[in-house]
Design a protein around this ligand. Structure first.
Ligand code: SF4
Length: 351
């Protein structure tokens, strides 16, 4: 199904039933004449952003955008493991208030959910979007207009969710949107299953990397993420590269994230996520002040019911031990809500 830009913006930016906010309701809160500029603006001024877009688009002809390296020609309509076409499919675009505090601020994170996925976990919480590919096909111009719309609503960033298989489109749209006045940080919200060669194309374009670190064990990765046994090694390399590009998280005076690496780690039942190994590796491989969100919200979704080890939520004990490992290995920049949850459960236990 295809829609025009006008249809999309007229109808609302929502296919997923989220709230519609009028573009005139809030003005973007970027400081006029302030010093902060998005990374992609500098690259455009240097004259290299167009080359990066071209370089990225060329990959569609023999798709190796992710470690699956299917080699299909998506420009000719072939589909690889992710099932994504060469044009982006979008499920929804809206201000989102469920992300980390420094991304949400007062006006929300400008979240764009892309359909399809290159990892396809059996416990996916967005399975109608990621596995079934629900969404509508747009072009780069439409995508750019969504970015501009989100800026007009006052969102603090453009948060592209599951971007790996549509990276060329995101780059193309960002360049178009830049010419239309986009000046928000670009947040690359990824599973972490990213090739180094592809991340290097993003160097100087992405302001904030928001990767998951899902597992540290190849067998778990293969079992629960469609055979991706290389996930732990791939994701570790990717996190180090992301840190090289954007460094530690930077927050402005309003408490809004402007640049840096923010890692998410979902605690899973029966230690499937390898949390202790993960925090140990992080403490040895990245600055201990790297922002990390140890997340307790694992739910049994999609096909997880069929896998006994992950067919239940986590216990309080599992969350508390995860936080304790993170602190024992010296991590100093843990998400404040996770710390508050840890404090709450600890007090309740001792009370
Ligand atoms: S992005 Fe899709 S088609 Fe391309 S290599 Fe990855 S899974 Fe295959």
């Amino acid at each position: 199904m295809e829609i025009t830009r006008r249809d999309f913006l007229k109808g609302s930016l929502l296919l997923g039933g989220s709230l519609f906010l009028s573009p005139i309701s809030l003005c973007a809160r970027q400081k006029k004449g302030g010093e902060w500029h998005p990374a992609y603006e500098r690259l455009e001024q240097e004259g290299t952003l167009a080359q990066r877009v071209e370089q990225a688009y060329a990959i569609f002809e023999n798709c190796e955008l992710c470690p699956r390296q299917c080699g299909v020609n998506r420009q000719n309509g072939e589909r690889g493991f992710c099932r994504g076409p060469a044009r982006p499919m979008i499920y929804s675009a809206h201000p989102h208030f469920g992300e980390e505090i420094s991304l949400v601020g007062k006006n929300g994170s400008g979240t764009i959910f892309f359909s399809n996925c290159n990892l396809r976990c059996v416990f996916c919480q967005n399975w109608p979007i990621s596995h079934e590919g629900k969404g509508k096909k747009v072009n780069d111009e439409d995508l750019a207009d969504m970015m501009i719309y989100l800026q007009k609503t006052g969102c603090h960033n453009i948060n592209v969710v599951t971007p790996t298989h549509v990276m060329p489109n995101i780059l193309g749209a960002t360049r178009i949107a830049l010419k239309k006045g986009l000046r928000l940080p670009l947040v690359y919200n990824t599973s972490g299953y990213e090739r180094l060669e592809i991340l290097k194309i993003l160097d100087g374009i992405v302001d904030i990397y928001l990767p998951d670190m899902k597992y540290m064990d190849a067998d778990h990765a293969a079992k629960y993420s469609a055979g991706a046994a290389d996930y732990p090694e791939v994701a570790k390399r990717a996190l180090i590269e992301m840190n090289r590009q954007v460094g530690e998280l930077q927050i402005d005076k309003r408490g809004i994230a402007t640049r840096g690496l923010m890692i998410r780690h979902l605690v899973m039942p029966n230690r499937v996520a390898g949390t202790e190994k993960f925090v140990k590796w992080l403490a040895e491989s990245l600055p201990k002040s790297t922002y990390v969100n140890i997340m307790p919200q694992y739910r049994v979704e999609y096909e997880a019911f069929n896998y006994p080890k992950i067919a239940r939520g986590i216990t309080v004990q599992e969350f508390l031990e995860a936080m304790e490992w993170a602190e024992n290995y010296g991590l100093t920049n843990l998400d404040p809500r996770s710390v508050a949850a840890r404090n709450f459960y600890s007090q309740r236990r001792s009370g």
